[in-house]
Design a protein around this ligand. Structure first.
Ligand code: SF4
Length: 683
């Protein structure tokens, strides 16, 4: 939070004799002086005031550490986005005009998700930038893998070596020997585009040891694997292993949960741990791990039995007819019968059964179920990780939780839980390569047909079984040696040069996996890189721009650096430009079709620049060109200046919008359910 660092001249108490002496000697200002022009200029404002954007180019404020000398500092204020979790909160970087370095970070009030607020990790980006142990230059291994010996090399030699190995693999049809294994992506659509351009099925993620369980539980309801709760407008909130202080989207979510709580929203937390959130909740259900689904089904049964469900929603928007026909073909096809049969179907899930399973009392289960039922369409909930990922069958937790949303008709409603796709922006890219023609069984093995996301934790075991090899293996913000359950298997695989030919670690900091790399390539922190960000932090849709702020500062000074590493600390680079340069070198003559996807959309036959990549996207963000024009800015310049743009807000119940003539073209209506279908798929 920012407040103007002016002094309360009129509110100063009578000066002490020491202060009077110091004033007399001119060591400190006259504390009794009346309001001066200066103190007027810097007069205190409310604590939630932010810097006026018209002053961002040249912001002046007193030094907090030099107040008695009235020392001033001048800054160029440049927005970017935090990269210390997935929320992508907006930050303002204070570039010190004296040193040309970033000095501190505060919240960006123009970011619709974070609204000017950050958690402690946002402003702490400055510690990452100034970390004395950070990697500042590209490093190449000397000696054996894992021996800890490195030499500094140039970016050009890195690009030549890696591109040569990828080119050879592509030319020899060994596309499945190239992989990019990611921890936290933090960008929209960038890497899929690169990997498709190379024609490799090379994306591997950490998701299967993380959110894949919950995602699967949601996806089998409506094909959408994440949710977006409208916490601020909810009447009742149920959080399952989601924490205000450490959970998913935690600053944007936390502020909206607290907003709801301040307006009377009641909160229940299901978690064996007495988290900070649980300690502030109205109900803490300390379920034994793995028993959450039993409690949720007991609640569903209570809602059904006590007729607390939303009949209109079930009748019109749920395919109960199909279920009845499948499970009870001899029954009448009516919603009433479907409800009766559902109660029978879940007869085992009594509150007593759930209490025995979970340790949560019958009374609490009944009370929370009734609260949920009465909240109706204003029931918001979230499950992320832990309960759904740490237990066998954990995916049922998200599935059963969504069942409560469906029963209460709180899908996509004010105060309910929305599909995340309503609140997440997908950019139009300057070139969209077709999906790859290869299927990589090292990532999606045939014997696991239901795997939702790559089975990444099996990779070292598959390599050990000689199911394949990695010729070029990138790890990016990804540290399996430390974070996966069997880190030693990863060490074993990474040490073996027959199994992993070239290992490149793209990382801003040292980690246990980078230690076993051939190249360790320093990538930028939040204020040192380009990325496009959009997440379902609330019932709106926004897009944000992460930008290398010293590059933007140079631009404001009339310079145009070619690459971000020229302005970042040392030679720290960023992935966006790295992938463009690498791809260009993989296909120097354009024979492999890779180059076609890295051509400028504005200069024929020329290499795409990172500025052009984002210019193309921002020119196509709905409403952004018009908003930028109001300030005589191009869309790209608007994003450079403000860092974020709200595309929509209050996106509710879009399934109730009438379909347009265009959407209705070529459709048919399923008589039994009333669903509008195009080629058999609901529109
Ligand atoms: S919530 Fe996440 S993105 Fe937001 S400031 Fe904290 S670490 Fe950064």
């Amino acid at each position: 939070m920012t407040f103007y660092t002016g002094f309360y001249m009129r509110m100063q108490p009578e000066a002490t004799w020491i202060e009077k002496l110091a004033q007399g000697l001119g060591l400190i200002p006259d504390l009794t002086e009346s309001v001066t022009e200066e103190s007027e200029m810097l007069s205190p404002g409310p604590l939630n005031s932010y810097l006026p954007p018209e002053k961002w180019d040249d912001w002046e404020e007193y030094e907090a550490t030099g107040w008695s000398r009235k020392k001033k500092k001048r800054y160029s204020i440049i927005p970017t986005s935090c990269f210390n979790c997935e929320s992508g909160c907006g930050m303002l970087s204070y570039v010190d005009k004296e040193t040309g370095k970033v000095r501190k970070f505060e919240g960006n009030p123009f970011h619709p998700g974070s609204r000017g607020r950050n958690c402690a990790k946002g402003p702490a980006t400055i510690n990452q930038i100034e970390d004395p142990e950070r990697i500042l230059y590209p490093l190449k291994r000397l000696g054996k893998r894992g021996e800890g010996k490195w030499e500094r090399v140039s970016w050009e030699s890195v690009l030549q070596d890696i591109s040569g190995k990828i080119r050879l693999a592509l030319e020899e049809g060994r596309n499945n020997e190239i992989a990019y294994h990611v921890g936290r992506p933090g960008h929209e659509g960038y890497m899929d585009r690169v990997l498709h351009a190379w024609d490799v099925d090379g994306h591997n993620s950490h998701t299967n040891i993380c959110s894949a369980g919950a995602r699967f539980g949601y996806a089998i309801w409506d094909g959408i694997d994440r949710t977006s709760p409208d916490f601020a407008n909810a009447d009742f909130i149920l959080l399952i292993s989601v924490h205000l202080e450490s959970g998913h989207y935690f600053n944007p979510h936390a502020q909206r949960i607290i907003e709801g709580k301040n307006n009377g929203t009641k909160i229940a937390v299901m978690d064996i741990r007495l988290s900070n959130t649980a300690s502030r909740a109205d109900y803490w259900m300390a379920t034994y791990p793995g028993t959450e689904a039993a409690v949720l089904l007991a609640m569903a049964r209570i809602i059904l039995k006590e007729k607390l469900y939303n009949e209109e929603f079930l009748r019109n928007w749920v395919n109960w007819q199909e279920w009845l026909e499948e499970e009870h073909p001899d029954s009448d096809l009516s919603l009433e019968v479907a409800v009766e049969k559902l109660i029978e179907h879940y007869s085992e899930f009594t509150p007593e059964f759930a209490e025995n399973e979970s340790g949560v009392s019958v009374q609490t289960i009944i009370e929370v179920a009734r609260r949920i039922g009465r909240a109706g369409s204003r029931f918001a909930n979230m499950n992320w990780r832990s309960a759904s990922s740490g237990n066998l069958g954990g995916w049922q937790v998200a599935r059963c939780l969504q069942f409560l949303s469906v029963l209460t008709g709180s899908i996509g409603t004010p105060g309910g839980t929305l599909p995340n796709t309503w609140n997440k922006f997908h950019p139009s890219l300057c070139s969209k390569p077709p999906a790859q023609k290869f299927w990589n069984e090292l990532h999606f093995p045939n014997e696991y047909p239901l795997s939702h996301y790559e089975l990444s934790y099996l990779l070292p075991h598959f390599l050990k079984e000689n199911r394949g090899k990695m010729s070029v293996y990138f790890t990016r913000v990804f540290n399996p040696v430390w974070t996966y359950p069997d880190g030693f298997s990863w060490i074993e695989a990474l040490r073996d040069e027959d199994k992993v030919g070239l290992h490149i670690a793209l990382t801003p900091t040292w980690n246990e996996t980078a230690y076993f790399a051939d190249y360790v390539l320093p990538m930028g922190h939040s204020s040192e890189r380009h990325d496009l960000i959009s997440y379902e932090t609330h019932v709106g849709m926004w897009v944000a721009y992460r930008q290398p702020v010293l590059r933007e500062y140079a631009r404001r000074q009339g310079q145009e650096p070619e690459f971000s590493y020229q302005v970042n600390p040392g030679e720290v680079w960023e992935e966006d430009e790295f992938w463009i340069e690498l791809s260009w070198r993989i296909d120097p003559e354009g024979k492999l079709g890779v180059r076609d996807h890295f051509l400028s959309p504005y200069r024929e036959g020329e290499k795409l620049t990172v500025g052009e990549y984002y210019r193309y996207i921002f020119e196509r963000v709905p409403g952004l060109p018009e908003r930028a024009a109001e300030e005589n800015l191009t869309p790209l310049d608007f994003m450079r200046r403000y860092g974020a743009f709200e595309i929509k807000n209050e996106v509710y119940e879009i399934y109730r919008n009438p379909l347009t003539d265009e959407q209705l073209e070529g459709t048919e209506i399923d008589e039994r359910s009333g669903t509008v279908l195009k080629q058999g798929i609901p529109v």
